[in-house]
Design a protein around this ligand. Structure first.
Ligand code: KIV
Length: 271
């Protein structure tokens, strides 16, 4: 178990050094103060305030409905719980695809109102003008290629991406383009492991995989999936580290039974 005091504050430069040293980067999503505090205490390198909050916090089927205000609320809650981890926030759907000026305004709002360290954006060549503009304002960006959930209505399915040569080629080019623009890293979601390895070796910036095999520079999972709180989602790439679904339900059952039987509160629990 790490004590976060012994570990250096994570910056985008530290992540770059970790890649150079071959030290893997750990990243998990986080959406609230209490979980962020636990993640930071455990020594996680990066907390992603993902737009997966739309699914796991708000109960929507896709990441599309979450708003910029809601992302800022989650991000500022996370920031209050963190000392060491780098905090990255997703630019939500509809806040950057319109034009680069709108994209910059959205990125500035996240940085100013939440105090987060960086943003994440889905896409490659389609969004490069916005990427350039945001980077020019001094806001660090991590890209996101492969399965990009904000485009689910275009894909029509959450199956593995870039299995065909044309899409794999575009992904290779997009990774190089994002690196050249100055992004500090790129998330590779649900793509064949050999392609993720090739991309990882072709860029100097760290790659963070989710369903992209082990030959990447780091891994990310959605918190509620890896803790087994959300058990409705079981893709092959997901490793469950706990079964909190059953643990929490069991605690609730005990509480309900104690209240009904007037076992809780007892004399030591009253004033
Ligand atoms: O929003 C999110 O949680 C993500 C990860 C799946 C990478 O983008």
């Amino acid at each position: 178990m790490y004590s976060t005091r012994e570990l250096p504050k994570i910056t985008t430069h530290v992540l770059q050094e970790m890649k150079l040293k071959g030290e893997k980067i750990s990243m998990l999503t986080g959406y609230d103060y209490s979980m962020a505090k636990l993640l930071d205490k455990a020594g996680i390198d990066v907390i992603l305030v993902g737009d997966s909050a739309s699914n796991v916090m708000a109960g929507y089927n896709t990441t599309l409905p979450i708003t910029l205000d809601q992302m800022i609320y989650h991000a500022s809650s996370v920031m209050r719980g963190v000392n060491r981890a780098l905090v990255v926030v997703d630019l939500p759907f509809g806040t950057y695809q319109g034009n680069s000026k709108e994209a910059l305004n959205s990125a500035i709002r996240i940085m100013k109102e939440s105090g987060a360290n960086a943003i994440k954006m889905e896409g490659g060549s389609e969004i490069i003008e916005s990427v350039d503009r945001i980077l020019s304002a001094g806001i660090p960006i991590i890209g996101h290629l492969g399965l990009t959930p904000q485009s689910i209505n275009k894909f029509g399915t959450y199956v593995v991406r870039a299995t065909e040569e044309e899409e794999a080629n575009k992904l290779r080019k997009d990774a190089l383009l994002l690196e050249k623009a100055g992004c500090f890293g790129v998330v590779l979601e649900k793509i064949p492991a050999p392609l993720a390895k090739e991309v990882t070796e072709s860029v100097k910036i760290p790659t963070i995989g989710i369903g992209a095999g082990s030959h990447v520079d780091g891994q990310v999972l959605v918190l509620h999936d890896m803790l087994g709180i959300n058990v409705d989602f079981s893709p092959r790439f997901l490793r469950r580290y706990e079964n909190l679904h059953d643990t929490i339900i069991s605690a609730f059952h005990k509480y309900i039974a104690d209240v009904k039987s007037v076992d809780f509160p007892n004399s030591k629990e009253e004033y």
